[in-house]
Design a protein around this ligand. Structure first.
Ligand code: ZN
Length: 196
């Protein structure tokens, strides 16, 4: 299929809620193919349909590295059915070229979705692995949520965005995550103690 243009931070469509897929039609299969082509072309770990201007509840992930064979994973109409624990995740996003910052994520997630053939599956990703974090990152895109909405240090993130010539943080979008924040604070404290 084809490599598509990635929508950059600042475009209002990244903030929209995406539509459910009613049928895994040829159109959706083509969309999946374009997502994979675009993700691989940009060396991304994941890509969600709204990032190529298609507001459907579809994302792709591939966490394979180095010499490992490609392992494309397709998620259509995903639902996160369980989440627990906390992890500090250093993330970027293809819609935020060159920008990386630490964000709050759950360590463990269980997701239910349809694959590219329309078959239902359940997947559990644990221990704050790249897969566990990528699922949450891509899932958020379908609800117009961006990784910077989970930011740990807002001032540091502002600096990064500025350096990358990206629009500044949308303060009203930063999520209030009291339970997750509490667990992240413990992790940050442990990290500081280790460094002392
Ligand atoms: Zn992203």
């Amino acid at each position: 299929m084809s490599i598509r243009k990635v929508v950059k931070y600042g475009e209002p469509s990244l903030r929209e809620t995406s539509k459910e897929v009613h049928k895994v039609s040829q159109k959706i299969k083509n969309l999946v193919a374009d997502l994979l082509d675009t993700m691989y072309a940009q060396n991304g770990v994941g890509l969600a349909a709204p990032q190529i201007g298609e507001n459907y509840r579809v994302f792709v992930i591939d966490v394979s590295t180095g010499d490992e064979p490609l392992n494309p994973m397709v998620f259509i109409n995903p639902k996160i059915i369980k989440k627990s624990g906390a992890v500090i995740s250093h993330e970027g996003c293809l819609s935020f070229p060159e920008a990386f910052t630490d964000v709050k994520r759950y360590a463990n997630v269980m997701v239910k979705a349809l694959d590219r053939h329309g078959r239902s599956f359940v997947l559990e990703a644990k221990d704050g692995t790249l897969l566990a974090r990528a699922i949450q990152h891509e899932f958020d895109h379908l609800d117009g949520i961006l990784f910077i909405d989970h930011v740990i240090n807002r001032f540091e993130a502002e600096e990064v965005l500025k350096k990358c010539n990206l629009p500044s943080i949308e303060l009203d979008k930063i999520l209030d995550e009291p339970k997750l924040s509490e667990e992240i604070d413990i992790l940050l404290k442990e990290k500081t103690e280790k460094n002392d």
